[in-house]
Design a protein around this ligand. Structure first.
Ligand code: BG6
Length: 505
């Protein structure tokens, strides 16, 4: 039974133009251009038969210069090696326009888009990818509208807008961004990206849970002792101080990626596989998430920042010594939380989450730990370790199920063993990058892997209450952990206090 069963074929995308706002920036180079190229190179049956990609940015550049910088970016960051014929085919569809910040920039964009569409015989189906700083988004959508570049929802040809995180910096600003977006676009035209949702292993969470009878029956308070979600990074803040310092780990990772993972792990079976059913089931998890209300932050949250240390054998600076960080910064680079989901399935089951920069390694995993084996038979002499399902989001994608087995020999000795699936050895070929999946879905108009306005608002509501306490309570500690370690002792104490421990990284 090795042949895959096709449940839903990837939807072919209709002919369209993708306009990348901020096309000379980092995201465009590292992710968007390589993803669009890879889609063309390996997704012939789903990639639009006819397409154009138009870069739009401030910096003046000739078309040749833009194509050359795109080629460089693609050869550096594409997961597939550049194949000359395929690249040529892609490059002829690449256009560029500067003047994003100029008064007539958007009317020139309109003219160039119309020209491109006429030249390639393309209908005016348009995707606007806003790879620009969040504070520039409101003005950009305003100007798109004024220039007559937004078709009404339900019109013969579509206009879609893609917005990157962060969506806001707090609850009020997130509400405001959604309000502005809704002033110009219908929700059905808006695609809010959380790239974690495009990762293969994250998509597999739904299959693992709902295509296997065995897990779903065990998934809940009757059998599960607790759940852990860890997103550890070995990288520091790097060159992103300007963005990261006002944000910190709670805003940067928890409000989006981690709450998405939590929702996928904890959601009820959706009534269908359509976008509405899945988004609704996920939103219900946030509705049931117990707020960390006034006075709870001390017991249920730990925040910390890295001090100098050694990561992967190299000495690294502390956060306060990083380039562009003020010595008075109070920003956290690590967060651990203890969460409760107040519904029938999860009543009484704690969810422990932690994320941090400059931890020992890059490792994201979800661990579902089952209840202890009753103290009878094999378990009488010593408490045996409970079963655990560990889902490795990255790297070494896969999952393992820990069970107990008899060690061969004349004695009766029992030890935990792993039933292990590694994507690398089980499936041939590398997985598509998250941005390939997500860009294709935008072109095909599928919202399943995108974040709804309601999810953004609920997640900020939850995070805002923690931010308020951290800000208003002078006694709330900001711990330190040496770079290269798993975080501060306080994070261990939080979980040890419940008689549990973090999984080893
Ligand atoms: C981004 C955060 O959203 O996700 C970064 O802003 C973080 O700080 C990154 O490093 C992690 O993504 P990935 O795919 O490398 O786990």
């Amino acid at each position: 039974m090795d042949r895959p069963l096709h449940i839903a074929k990837a939807q072919p995308a209709p002919p369209c133009s993708v306009v990348i706002f901020g096309a000379s920036g980092d995201l465009a180079k590292r992710k968007l251009i390589p993803a669009l190229y890879n889609l063309l190179a390996c997704g012939q049956d789903v990639h639009p038969q006819n397409f154009a990609v138009l870069g739009f940015a401030r910096r003046p550049m000739t078309l040749e210069e833009f194509r050359e910088s795109a080629r460089e970016a693609a050869s550096r960051f594409s997961r597939l090696e550049l194949e000359q014929n395929c690249w040529n085919q892609f490059a002829t569809r690449l256009g560029y326009l500067s003047g994003l910040d100029e008064p007539d920039g958007f009317s020139r964009l309109k003219a160039q888009l119309e020209q491109t569409e006429a030249a390639h015989n393309l209908p005016p189906n348009r995707v606007y990818y806003l790879s620009i700083p969040p504070e520039a988004v409101p003005e950009c959508v305003e100007r798109l509208d004024t220039a007559g570049l937004i078709a009404k929802p339900g019109a013969a040809n579509f206009t879609r807008v893609v917005v990157e995180k962060p969506i806001g910096t707090d609850l009020a600003s997130a509400l405001e961004i959604n309000r502005i977006l809704h002033g110009h676009f219908d929700e059905s035209q808006i695609f809010r990206i959380d790239h974690y949702l495009g990762k293969e292993t994250v998509q597999n969470l739904l299959v693992l849970r709902f295509a296997n009878a065995i897990f779903e029956r065990m998934w809940g308070a009757r059998n599960v002792d607790h759940v852990q979600i860890t997103v550890a990074e070995s990288e520091g803040v790097g060159s992103r101080a300007m963005y990261y310092d006002p944000a910190g780990a709670l805003r940067d990772m928890v409000q989006n990626h981690i709450l998405q993972l939590l929702a996928l792990v904890a959601m009820e079976p959706p009534v269908g596989l359509d976008e509405q059913a899945i988004r609704e089931a996920k939103l219900n998890v946030l509705r049931a998430l117990r707020p960390i209300g006034p006075g709870d932050a001390h017991a249920m949250t730990v925040r910390a920042r890295y001090s100098p240390g050694i990561v992967e054998g190299e000495s690294v600076r502390g956060y306060l010594e990083e380039h562009g960080i003020s010595p008075r910064s109070r920003t956290e680079t690590f967060v651990a939380l203890k969460l409760w989901i107040d519904n029938w399935r999860w009543a009484g089951v704690p969810f422990y989450v932690r994320t941090g920069k400059r931890m020992p390694a890059r490792e994201s995993l979800i661990c579902v730990q089952f209840k202890d084996v009753p103290q009878i038979r094999f378990n009488r002499a010593a408490q045996l370790p409970p079963n655990a399902l560990t889902i490795r989001i990255q790297p070494d994608e896969g999952f393992s199920f820990e069970v107990l087995a008899k060690q061969p020999g004349l004695d009766v000795a029992v030890r935990p063993v792993r039933m292990n699936l590694r994507y690398e050895s089980e499936f041939s070929g590398p997985s598509p990058d998250a941005y390939e999946r997500l860009l294709l879905d935008v072109m095909a108009g599928d919202h399943t892997l995108f974040v709804s306005a309601a999810f953004v608002e609920k997640s900020w509501e939850f995070v805002q209450s923690i931010l308020d306490q951290w800000q208003q309570d002078p006694a709330m500690p900001l711990y330190q952990y040496p770079a290269g370690t798993v975080g501060p002792d306080a994070a261990d104490e939080m979980i040890h206090g419940d008689g549990r421990a973090w999984r080893d990284l």
